[in-house]
Design a protein around this ligand. Structure first.
Ligand SMILES: Cc1ncc(COP(=O)(O)O)c(C=O)c1O
Length: 445
């Protein structure tokens, strides 16, 4: 517990960037669901079995077999987390001037594509922009826009097409099987490899079961297998639906590509049977993959997220509807309608939630996805202003969520007195992690 004056001092010291706070100064930590899950007794037991042989460890083979069972890909390359898989994938297939479409690129995915001097293009479906509409699959890709892009750019400039499940930067919304099938068909017709950013595949599969006609009676693991059967490969951060605190992988059915990727892996991550992870980490992921497709676990997880979303929506707080799998996304532009995008309304809300109740969350708006022109210093706003409150898996209880609802609603009631922020420091890439800010005059902060 902390007092408001303590939190004011800590936040000021952190340059109003909650990434720079000490986590012991945070009461409820909803900054991310990545690597923050509680591991099960079975996972801790599996860790004890970890075999730390440098090459060919049985822990690797258990990991590989658990991945193959759900994802179905032949070549499985472990990495220390998702972005390492992205760097190796794009470092292998992407050349300057290439174009990579996605429903919405996550920040590290975009940054790894742009680091190759290629362009990362977001093609979200039109419904994704209507935050209040309860469309069941707002994570879908705009299939017509993909066809136009292929026609305009030429298939030879598109080394791969990606879909992120669930669509994290697009409000945590799921992608339907029908959309995956349509995108897969277009990609195959043009000879473009189709990849899935699979971080939250189990939550997406469960939302397909709940919302897509024809899947009501399907088992979640079978839905996941069908999703991946439509793709040529995937990247995965095991820090989400691997229920592990670290790890990831890159997988495909392309033997020649996998060879090149392993060469790059050895350069920076490690030998292909550990890829920057300890044997015990591989064991935790293998066990986590078995647990994450369990119906009771998924039902409880999605019910908790929905309970939180409905609790604040009832008080009038604008959230991205319907609640998705791992987080509630507040529409910061609707919450602070008097604060324009370049005064960073999402950042202002993140600061207020911390000051009000020690709750930490993240801005997904102009701070994360806006741009500063390096020549003129002019700022361009991001595509939308959201604040994400991500729920770590198997950590918080209903009473934590009740407290959370009280905090958000208290800030909502005094929203008219809250002002904006401006940058005082920013890095040229992935600026949200280390940026520093100051409140504009008139701010209630
Ligand atoms: C959709 C998505 N892709 C990729 C990543 C990158 O994974 P990692 O943080 O393990 O590098 C994340 C992490 O949050 C993510 O949410």
């Amino acid at each position: 517990m902390s007092t408001r004056p303590e939190r004011e001092a800590w936040l000021r010291e952190a340059g109003y960037n909650v990434f720079l706070l000490r986590s012991e100064h945070v009461l409820l930590d909803l900054l991310t669901d990545s690597g923050t899950s509680a591991m099960s007794a079975e996972q801790w037991a599996a860790i004890m079995r970890g075999d730390e042989a440098y090459a060919g460890s049985p822990s690797f083979y258990r990991f590989e077999s658990a991945v193959r069972d759900l994802f179905g890909f032949e070549h499985v390359i472990p990495t220390h987390q998702g972005r390492a898989a992205e760097r190796i994938l794009f470092g292998t297939v992407c050349s300057p001037g290439d174009v990579v479409p996605n429903n919405t690129h996550f920040d590290t995915t975009r940054a790894n594509i742009e680091a190759r001097d290629a362009r990362a293009i977001d093609l979200p479906c039109p419904e994704s922009g209507e935050t209040q509409e309860p469309h069941p699959f707002k994570g879908n890709m705009d299939v017509a826009a993909l066809e136009r892009l292929i026609q305009d750019e030429g298939a030879e400039k598109i080394p791969l097409c990606m879909i992120t499940v669930t669509n994290n930067s697009g409000g945590g919304q799921p992608v339907s099987m029908a959309n995956l099938r349509a995108v897969s068909k277009i990609c195959r017709a043009h000879g473009i490899p189709f990849y899935i950013d699979a971080c939250r595949f189990a939550e997406n599969a469960y939302l397909i079961k709940l919302r897509e006609v024809g899947y009501e009676q399907h088992n979640v693991a079978d839905i996941a297998r069908e999703m991946f059967s439509l793709a040529d490969g995937c990247t995965f951060s095991a820090k989400k639906d691997g229920l592990a605190n670290i790890g990831g992988f890159l997988a495909s059915n392309d033997a020649r590509l996998a060879e090149q990727e392993k060469d790059l892996l050895i350069l920076t991550e490690g030998f292909p049977t550990y890829g920057g992870l300890a044997g015990r980490d591989l064991e935790a992921i293998a066990q986590g993959l078995r647990e994450v497709v369990h119906h009771d676990y998924l039902e409880y997880r999605l019910a908790s997220v929905r309970y939180f979303g409905e609790g604040i929506a009832r008080a009038g707080v604008p959230i991205v509807q319907p609640p998705g799998g791992h987080a509630i996304y507040i529409d910061a532009a609707g919450f602070l309608a008097h604060v324009p995008p370049l005064q960073l309304p999402g950042q202002a809300l993140v600061a207020e939630f911390y000051l009000e109740g020690g709750v930490r969350c993240v801005e997904i708006g102009t701070v994360m996805f806006g741009r500063r022109d390096p020549a003129t210093g002019a700022e361009t706003p991001g595509p939308r202003e959201l604040v994400r409150l991500a729920m770590p898996r198997r950590v918080y209880t209903q009473s934590h969520v009740d407290y959370l609802i009280e905090v958000i609603v208290a800030v909502w009631r005094r929203r008219h007195a809250i002002g904006g922020f401006r940058f005082t420091h920013q890095a040229p890439v992935l600026r949200h992690f280390t940026a520093r800010f100051e409140p504009l005059s008139g701010s209630g902060t």
